[in-house]
Design a protein around this ligand. Sequence first.
Ligand code: SF4
Length: 217
Amino acid sequence: MKIAAIQKLSLIDYPGMISSVIFTQGCNFRCGYCHNPSLVLPQSFGDFVLEAKVFDFLQTRIGKIEGVVITGGEPTIQFDLVRLIKKIKALGLSVKLDTNGSNPGMLKKIIDNKLIDFIAMDLKAPLNKYSAICNVNVDIEKIKKSIFYIKNSGIVKQFRITAIKGIHTIEDLDSIKGIIGDNITLQNFKFSGKHIGNSFSKENEFSSKEMDEFRTA
Ligand code: SF4
């Protein structure tokens, strides 16, 4: 398991739970707005964190945290993700998985075996704009399958989209709502100056008024 980092304490990444966050290394997408190049671009990778160290730490947190978030990068490209999840669950902790939805086979296995307690999928765009926004050739059928599995999983779920001015339009959001329904968590793009693509700026942030228009569209 390629673990890039562990955040020891988070009050926001796992809704309703005090958690630790495991960041896996590597991603199969190259979204220009991504602000985690060190988790995505091999030339920016740092050293791994040994899995044994992660579990030594988690052992000390039992009774203090309630869950673990596995995020990335993209966790489902790690061949031994199921093993990692089972190991965390064996500690009596809840698991939330964040995914870009590119690996429905892995998601189905995890969902069918009831291995996780919460799943969050990031939607990048309406289906016809996916490859352009993710800067790779995205297999849209896989994205659709992941959405289907998650929607019908029976576990707590969240679909999220980061709205980017100049890239997403209200029509785009309508198109995504057509697939997901209204239950989408919408977050505004935040310029950090550390994005994978170099064409982003504060101009890509929507105003509060514009975000309200998005939300009520
Ligand atoms: S935003 Fe997510 S899916 Fe896109 S490149 Fe970054 S980690 Fe990968």
